[in-house]
Design a binder for this molecule. Structure first.
Ligand code: GPU
Length: 824
């Protein structure tokens, strides 16, 4: 062998070579030419050039996996919030520099080319983005894994503002095709729905159940290659698109009682048409249940097909080869689906099938909010999935009669309490209970969240199943959220701690001795300033508002939800504004409050809060009296690619949920990693962030979980705070006036009502003063530029724990037990 030199990069490709490949694709794949290609074509050609390399590794990976046949994890999620892929793939292939050079030689700026890519917004928020980080980490660590989800035609809606109101527009991420995906017609699956169940008696006296479907859909798989960092292997994200099934039996269709005016084709394609835009709330809609079942049925069949190809009918080894992770309860129907296939189609006994399931499924819980816990009406289930309902009944019967009875003999109250079928107030299937009973492990997503899952959500299950509930604290991929999003800071870290940090994020700690070093502080803060200058331009372009990079950039970016308390942020902004109007000479460091958030289209109060922030922004930003000390910006259409611009420019990170309600949060990790200081409650992963950075380097305020519990127990009365705090009363009363909505008094009154008359469910008023005080501490701290720089450096350098590679390794060690299989 000639090559003795260790090849460190996945591909030894020069910029010249890449340039030729891009030009080749421009001409032969896209049929255009360098002289006339637009930026979209350049983007497309670059993707195609990269894809060539990716597919090579994808094929190798698949061959190597079939040969090794070790356990793989199947990550089932209704959401994968991927964002853009080009820059990420270039970084993971370690070809970003070469691509930059190649495009430059062709007269193109790589950042501009990357801007052409539409976000793959197949998710709502944290849960979907977590899934995206996790498949990146799985590939990076070389673990065999498949992500399974839905190939939505329309991802999360595009948000526009009209007179301050949120308007939802359809998102069409693949209107002109998508260069990353590969259709796999050879792996199409059929999905039955509706109809009825027949009991068939065999000659030997045994009985078998046959489900006669009323309707059949076809699931068409689209594969997106997932390149891990260093491209040790390429996994796939397999997304199912729904199409009408081949054979269609009208008699059964009518017998099943499902009648609808729309054509069958349109109906079939409706199933994967659009992502439900609710974050942490469930509405019990029929189409949503069908979406869930559709993608579970396709995925389970696909998993079985691969298993059988390697192992035939050797069901004894199924769980040794297959782990299925349920990303929240959304894919929980895959449990009765696997039971159904094993029993009705493969002829296994109940006991054997159940044993297989109980060693295969694991479930991640992402919330304690009661409105997010999925309960499906029994009658809906019966109509859409009659056989699955029977199976759930039987799972429940055996669970109650054996497990619950053994633990709490004769305790009918306990049986009622733990039943998978909720009987009072309309019969419902409790999907969380089904998931806990069927899984071999259940996990929460941050230490405090897991503690509360055990204590408040599933206390009896925790007693019944010792050690089933475990914690895996969330994480984020440092490749996207530092290396790609913040190239300057990445270069500084490369220089300071070496280039190993994108996988070994703990290495950032090696920069800690420099936290007090004046020169390092200057470099660190100069980078922050550059990032802020870039954001200043973006703000101007998107909102028309002028802001100064010398102000504190105070950023709250996340879904709009009352428990996340954007309205508390607003109350504080109003407080500052009032103080400034009373005293324009007030000595305060100029602040820019920046928001990014989408509201679920049917969530009235969330939309009111957006409207209020926009109206306050209009007024504040155009008030010459306050001399630019205060600016408020609501960035429209918050999404992954916008987060990548906002996060590197943040000074302050708002993580202000009511304690006990944010399961983890992941934006908190990304912002701190990029040198923002957190103002936050002792909630979710904030607690673990505080542990990592130390109490002196974070602005904690407000009630903790125990205090929230006790204040609620005593009977919380928001009026006590209203009448007890003159400033608070004044800003709340302000909302009733027409100051912010000239000629329309009362337009913002619902916010006040929700905080007083309607009980202030999320305790904003109780935390108001503490929050204002914490902001005052920030104002003081920011003036000491050296100290602030030191704190920012400490925050960034101490985020090693929140690498999603660590989370994935935790999953592997405590739940999945996988063996890494990197390509040789
Ligand atoms: N989360 Br349930 C969502 O984004 N959507 C959901 O439907 C549910 C939970 C979030 C949690 O709110 C957030 O705290 C957490 O960090 C994230 O999931 C990932 O675990």
């Amino acid at each position: 062998m000639a090559a003795t030199k260790k090849q460190t990069k996945p591909f030894d490709l020069s910029a010249d070579n890449l340039q030729q490949r891009i030009v080749h694709h421009l001409r032969s794949t896209l049929g255009t030419h360098e002289n006339k290609a637009n930026d979209k074509a350049w983007w497309n050609a670059t993707c195609s050039a990269i894809n060539e390399l990716v597919f090579e590794k994808l094929t190798d990976t698949q061959a190597s996996h079939s040969k090794q046949d070790t356990r793989a994890v199947n990550y089932l999620s209704l959401e994968f919030l991927m964002g853009r892929l080009l820059s990420n793939n270039l970084h993971n292939l370690e070809l970003f520099g070469e691509a930059e050079q190649a495009l430059k030689a062709l007269g193109k700026d790589i950042y501009q080319v990357c801007e052409e890519e539409p976000d793959m917004a197949l998710g709502n928020g944290g849960l979907g983005r977590l899934a995206a980080c996790y498949i990146d980490s799985l590939a990076t660590l070389g673990y065999p894994a498949i992500g399974y989800g839905i190939h939505y035609e329309h991802g999360l809606f595009r948000q526009e503002f009209k007179d301050g109101h949120q308007i939802e527009r359809p998102d069409s991420w693949r209107e002109y095709g998508n260069p990353w995906e590969i259709c796999r017609p050879e792996s199409v699956q059929e999905v039955p729905l509706y109809g009825y169940v027949e009991s068939v008696f065999e000659d030997d006296g045994s009985m078998r159940k046959v489900w006669h479907a009323g309707r059949k859909l076809k699931g068409v798989p689209w594969d997106i290659p997932i390149v891990g960092y260093g491209a040790k292997l390429v996994n796939v994200l397999r997304l199912w698109e729904s199409k009408p099934g081949e054979a269609f039996d009208w008699d059964v269709f009518n017998a099943g009682g499902y009648v609808d005016a729309q054509s069958e084709k349109a109906q079939a394609e409706t199933v994967s048409k659009v992502l439900y835009p609710n974050d942490s709330t469930e509405q019990g809609k029929e189409l949503r249940l069908i979406q869930q079942y559709f993608f579970c049925a396709c995925s389970v069949k696909d998993i079985l097909r691969r298993f059988k190809r390697a192992n035939g009918n050797n069901w004894d080894v199924f769980a040794d080869k297959v782990a299925i992770q349920l990303n929240d309860t959304h894919p929980a129907i895959s449990v009765p689906e696997l039971m159904r296939i094993l029993i009705d189609e493969e002829g296994l006994t109940w006991a054997k099938a159940w044993d297989v399931c109980r060693h295969t499924f694991a479930y991640t819980n992402h919330t304690l909010l009661p409105e997010a816990l999925e309960n499906w009406s029994v009658s809906l289930f019966e109509r859409v999935l009659p056989r699955h309902l029977e199976i759930i009944y039987e799972i429940n019967r055996r669970f109650l009669e054996t497990e619950v009875e053994a633990k709490w003999p004769g305790d009918d109250e306990m049986k009622r309490k733990l039943s998978i079928i909720k009987e009072d107030g309309g019969r419902m299937v409790r999907m969380a209970y089904l998931s806990v009973v069927s899984s071999y492990k259940v996990n929460g997503v941050a230490a405090i969240h897991t503690r509360l899952v055990k204590k408040d959500l599933f206390p009896e299950f925790n007693e019944l199943y010792l050690e089933k509930i475990v914690n895996v604290t969330n994480g984020v991929t440092p490749r996207r959220w530092l290396k790609a999003a913040n190239p300057e800071l990445s270069a500084l870290y490369d220089k300071t701690v070496g280039t190993g940090w994108p996988t070994q994020l703990n290495l950032l700690k090696d920069a800690l001795p420099k936290a007090k070093d004046k020169k390092f502080q200057k470099e660190f803060m100069a980078i922050k300033h550059d990032n802020k200058l870039r954001l200043v331009k973006e703000i101007k372009a998107l909102t028309g508002v002028d802001v100064s990079a010398d102000a504190i950039f105070d950023i709250q970016i996340k879904r709009l939800h009352e428990y996340k308390r954007q309205q508390l942020n607003l109350l504080h902004i109003l407080t500052l504004y009032r103080r400034l109007l009373a005293n324009p000479e007030l000595d305060m460091v100029p602040r820019v409050f920046i928001f990014g958030a989408k509201a679920a289209p049917g969530y009235h109060m969330a939309k009111q809060i957006i409207y209020a922030i926009n109206k306050v922004a209009d007024k504040v930003n155009n008030d010459p009296r306050i001399q630019d000390k205060l600016k408020v910006v609501f960035m429209p259409n918050y999404r992954v690619s916008l987060a990548e611009k906002l996060i590197p420019a943040a000074d302050v990170s708002e993580q202000i949920s009511t304690a006990g309600l944010e399961a983890s949060g992941t934006g908190n990790m990304k912002l701190a990693l990029n040198g923002a200081l957190t103002i936050g409650t002792l909630d979710g992963a904030n607690i673990e962030i505080a542990e990592e950075v130390g109490d002196d380097n974070i602005f904690i305020f407000g009630l903790n979980v125990d205090q929230v519990e006790s204040i609620k127990r005593q009977g919380y009365n928001p009026y006590d705070y209203y009448y007890g705090n003159a400033e608070l009363k004044a800003v709340l009363d302000w909302l009733d006036s027409d100051f912010f909505t000239p000629g329309h008094p009362g337009e913002l009154s619902d916010i006040k009502r929700s905080l007083l008359e309607w009980g202030d469910q999320y305790l904003c008023l109780a935390d108001y003063q503490g929050y204002c005080d914490a902001h005052a501490r920030i104002d003081v701290a920011y003036r000491d530029t050296a100290k602030w720089a030191e704190m920012a450096i400490i925050n960034s350098a101490c985020m090693g724990k929140f690498n999603s590679d660590r989370s994935i390794q935790d999953y592997v060690d405590t739940i999945w037990h996988l063996k890494a299989c990197p390509l040789g």
